[in-house]
Design a protein around this ligand. Structure first.
Ligand code: AMP
Length: 363
């Protein structure tokens, strides 16, 4: 816990600070870009309805020094960008609206938090497409089935905020469940076709939850572009479909999958894996790349799928939900014969209590 003794309004910056968050300035801010923080309790006495902590990584800056977010007009120091957390749709719209009125493009990166380098690669891509980047952090209850890991899903807002600030994200939208699903909420977005096979069959209701929350996030934020990972390839196709079908004015961008050294796709759920399970998990991407190689060599789809399932079983996965070749755009099945692209090989399997998914392109 870092400390900020808040002064009485009107606001003046203290030299020691107690913050209502669990970032320890002395021990956790160890990455190169996060050596120092500037903490500004900007909205505590401001106009915004909710209390927020605003912070920004500042290389070489003393954490206890007076903040420099408003440099003197005579200083040659550039104005420091700020990072803010908002929790209401009203505050999100106010900030995004201000950016848009000043001609800045806005990108949205929706996440469920427990951030890793894969998420941060999406932020980096978003920054190449817009002047401002908003990341949402919301563990969406409606996309989890009754026996799934909603309660156990890893959460850590302070760490997420720290990582987002360090990655150059401008705004974190972290609504509570009541903000997203107020009393009486009764709407569900259902995308047919592309959401039906694979995870749609294995996780009934999952894509209705995803489609509903992503539609809400897009309408709440109104970004020019939104970035989603190819790691969740079917989800990406479902979102592209709903944006076309509902005429939502946003460009959807797919980002390549970020992987660990042995090729395992980065995932928040990797945190569940024991050491032995982690070994097994690393074989899924090998089975997928082997499938891509075999398809390109002319082996039939039917044979490649059977070989892939057998490889996952041999590796030690306890349940295989699917290992399938699909057409890349609509995820229809290409039939049992030789592949003719563009395609995607997709797999989902369970090891211990962890369900992993991954996919690769066949081009
Ligand atoms: P999640 O927090 O798991 O809902 O993921 C949020 C976004 O990050 C989604 O668009 C995911 O597809 C994307 N994502 C998750 N893992 C990766 C990864 N390893 N590489 C690239 N994008 C990812």
């Amino acid at each position: 816990m870092a400390m900020v003794d808040l002064p009485a309004p009107p606001f003046s910056f203290p030299t020691t600070i107690t913050l209502a968050c669990d970032i320890d300035l002395n021990s956790t801010t160890d990455s190169a870009t996060m050596r120092r923080f500037q903490f500004v309790n900007r909205n505590l006495y401001g106009d915004a309805a909710s209390t927020q902590v605003v912070m920004r990584a500042v290389d070489g800056m003393d954490a206890h020094a007076a903040p420099r977010h408003k440099p003197s007009p005579f200083s040659r120091e550039p104005a420091m960008p700020e990072f803010a957390i908002v929790r209401t749709v009203a505050d999100l719209r106010a900030q995004v609206g201000a950016w848009k009125r000043s001609g800045q493009r806005v990108a949205l990166v929706p996440t469920m938090g427990a951030l890793h380098e894969g998420h941060l690669s999406l932020i980096a891509l978003a920054k190449t497409r817009a002047e401002r980047v908003v990341a949402s952090v919301f563990v969406n209850p409606t996309q989890f089935g009754p026996n799934e890991d909603f309660d156990a899903y890893p959460r850590g807002e302070a760490r997420d905020a720290e990582l987002l600030a360090g990655a150059g994200c401008d705004l974190m939208f972290a609504p509570g469940v009541a903000e997203m699903y107020p009393q009486g909420f009764s709407t569900s977005i259902s995308v047919t076709g592309v959401s039906e096979p694979l995870d749609g069959a294995a996780r009934p209701g999952h894509f209705n939850g995803v489609a509903t929350v992503v539609t809400k996030l897009l309408l709440q934020c109104g970004p020019d572009v939104a970035v989603f990972g190819e790691k969740d390839y079917q989800q990406l196709q479902v979102i592209k479909r709903l944006v076309r079908d509902l005429d939502i004015p946003v460009e959807i961008i797919g980002a390549p999958t970020s992987r660990l050294e042995d090729g395992l796709a980065r995932s928040s759920r990797n945190a569940y894996l024991s050491e032995a399970e982690r070994e097994v998990a690393g074989r899924m991407n090998l089975a997928l790349s082997e499938a891509v190689r075999r398809l390109k060599a002319g082996e039939s789809v039917e044979r490649v799928e059977a070989t892939g399932r057998a490889a996952l079983e041999r590796a030690g996965f306890q349940r295989i939900d699917y290992f399938e070749v699909r057409n890349a755009d609509d995820l229809s099945h290409p039939g049992p014969g030789p592949w003719s692209g563009p395609g995607r090989v997709l797999a989902a399997a369970v090891i211990g209590k962890t369900r992993l998914i991954d996919n690769m392109a066949v081009e």
